[in-house]
Design a protein around this ligand. Structure first.
Ligand code: SAM
Length: 212
């Protein structure tokens, strides 16, 4: 998702109290941001943030961090937060390639990837968020018993993600190629903006849950 450049979005973000401006300085100290010992869960490529904000509202005992690459997109999430502030959520504008500079080993309890950009050209495969290169980064920052959840409407990306798991130490705990017709995996499902759009058009949603 890349919204039209919004004039002043960088400045608006720079002044926002929900954005962590120097995330590398927080490495190993994320609990201090929230002022408690609750687990920290990340959504990488959070877009406008609906998924994470719904989870934060439903689970006040868990802390959430949303990572988004583009200021223009992050700004939309911040506008929503202003309408309904939540104490257990913060945002970071960064490229997920820098994950290991921002989080210490095992600092994160769970990672969500929702409707990640497909990067269809083969030569861009390592930019895909469920690629083996990213799985290696997640392996470093995620607790040993932590899980990674991935949802997409893109069957090619889903097949790629499954093949990548086979090349790593990760294992698939649960998988469906039609989430909205799989009641045992649909329980507690929180819809993202993209999920709402694609499922209303009749596209089946793939989901996996993986661990090591
Ligand atoms: N997760 C949201 C949803 O399901 O509605 C948004 C999905 S959108 C297709 C993917 C988002 O991931 C975009 O906002 C994009 O800017 C962000 N993104 C892609 N690659 C990223 C990266 N390497 N680091 C951080 N964000 C990234």
């Amino acid at each position: 998702m890349r919204l039209r450049n919004i004039t002043g979005s960088k400045e608006m973000i720079a002044e926002n109290e929900y954005v962590i401006h120097e995330p590398k300085e927080q490495k190993g100290k994320w609990k201090e941001i929230f002022g408690n010992d609750a687990p920290i869960r990340l959504e990488i490529g959070m877009g406008k943030g609906r998924f994470l904000m719904t989870l934060a509202k439903e689970n006040p005992g868990i802390n959430y961090l949303g990572i988004e690459k583009y200021s223009s997109v992050l700004l939309r999430a911040l506008q929503k937060m202003e309408a309904e502030p939540l104490p257990n959520i913060r945002f970071i504008r960064m490229d997920a390639e820098e994950l290991c500079d921002v989080f210490a080993e095992e600092e994160v309890d769970r990672i969500y990837l929702n409707f990640s950009d497909p990067w269809p050209k083969d030569r861009h495969a390592k930019r895909r968020l469920p690629s083996r290169q990213f799985l290696e980064r997640y392996d470093k920052v995620l607790k040993k018993d932590g899980i990674l959840e991935f949802k997409t409407d893109n069957r090619d990306l889903c097949d790629f993600a499954v093949e990548e798991i086979k090349e790593t130490k990760w294992k698939i705990d649960r998988i469906t190629y039609d989430l909205h017709h799989t009641p045992e995996m649909m329980e507690g499902n929180v819809m993202t903006e993209y999920e709402e759009r694609f499922s209303s058009q009749g596209s089946p949603i793939c989901k996996y849950v993986v661990s090591r």
